[in-house]
Design a protein around this ligand. Structure first.
Ligand SMILES: Cc1ncc(COP(=O)(O)O)c(C=O)c1O
Length: 287
């Protein structure tokens, strides 16, 4: 089993994959990406991730050099060749390599296509048993957060600030106290059997996991309201949780030191939604 990359048409060991210092991803963060979870040797919701990649690329006026079917078969080949059962697939497409000038390069410059697979290392089970701590920070990102752009500096700085204050994640807010999402997660709260989360506007990256969660929450009989909500409502909620491809559904224990539901975490519905999510994984990726 080995970490494996696909770079511009060629499969090679991940540690041998190289791109130019003049790649526009390196120079300008001019590219888009996806992260896909592999369970039991099968990519989960791969078609949806590829669709989002196509949407992101089209929003930055980047034409992808492969069709959805071709991307899917490259992913399958990486999974099969690597031999990993529990893994993470990373996909990144940039506007190619050209002398450093802001305007797009000429049409004969091909995008750089990088995919790679790494084994998934499970996170501490304690995170799900007790929940994780979060802090709130101003959302300093641009107004196109629906594009899964590789330009992640505000996200990286927010995450680092969270970690340095002993928390797992930063919940971002704007105008003046509306919670948008986490630095690398979507965020939700539940109050009296209603689930709230920010609507899928340009202010958030609408997670593939988020879409599944909204459906599962409805199936559980929760009312789902996609509405901008202030930070204080999250702090006084019955339950708060985060989601992403790699953490799935993760309960939040505190925000800025305020315990959620007096520290009685994880909440009933957070657990139920995660249980249904795992059943979905088994149904799609199981034997
Ligand atoms: C800013 C942001 N929001 C939300 C998500 C969750 O998206 P998904 O569920 O598709 O992983 C991510 C994932 O990396 C993210 O970076």
């Amino acid at each position: 089993m080995s970490e494996l990359a696909f770079l511009n048409g060629e499969f090679l060991p991940l540690n041998e994959a190289r791109v130019s210092v003049e790649d526009r991803g390196f120079q300008f963060a001019d590219g888009v990406y996806e992260v896909v979870r592999v369970y039991n040797g099968r990519a989960f919701y791969l078609a949806e991730h590829i669709k989002r990649l196509q949407r992101s690329a089209s929003k930055i006026l980047l034409s992808l050099p492969h069709s959805a079917e071709e991307f899917a078969s490259i992913c399958d080949e990486l999974i099969n060749r690597s031999g990993y059962k529990e893994a993470v697939l990373y996909i990144q497409i940039t506007r190619g390599t050209a002398p450093r000038k802001h305007p797009f390069p000429s049409a004969d410059v091909s995008p750089t296509v990088v995919l790679y697979i790494r084994e998934f290392k499970p996170y501490p089970a304690e995170w799900w048993q007790n929940g994780v701590d979060t802090i709130s920070l101003p959302d300093e990102r641009w107004l196109n957060c629906d594009i899964k752009s590789i330009s992640l500096l505000p996200n990286v700085l927010a995450k680092e600030q969270a970690l340095r204050s002993g928390a797992f994640e930063a919940l971002l807010f704007r105008d003046p106290d509306i919670v948008t999402e986490g630095s690398a997660t979507n965020v939700y709260y539940i109050k009296r059997k209603t689930l709230f989360t920010h609507p899928a506007t340009n202010l958030i990256l609408s997670g593939i996991t988020r879409e599944v969660i909204l459906r599962l929450a409805s199936e559980l009989g929760l009312t789902v309201r996609q509405e901008p909500q202030p930070l204080q409502r999250f702090k006084s909620a019955d339950e708060v949780f985060l989601s992403s491809t790699t953490i799935e559904i993760l309960p939040v224990r505190s925000i800025d030191g305020t315990l959620i539901n007096n520290g009685k975490v994880p909440g009933e519905f957070t657990l139920k939604i995660h249980q249904l999510y795992k059943e979905e994984i088994n149904r799609i990726c199981g034997e």
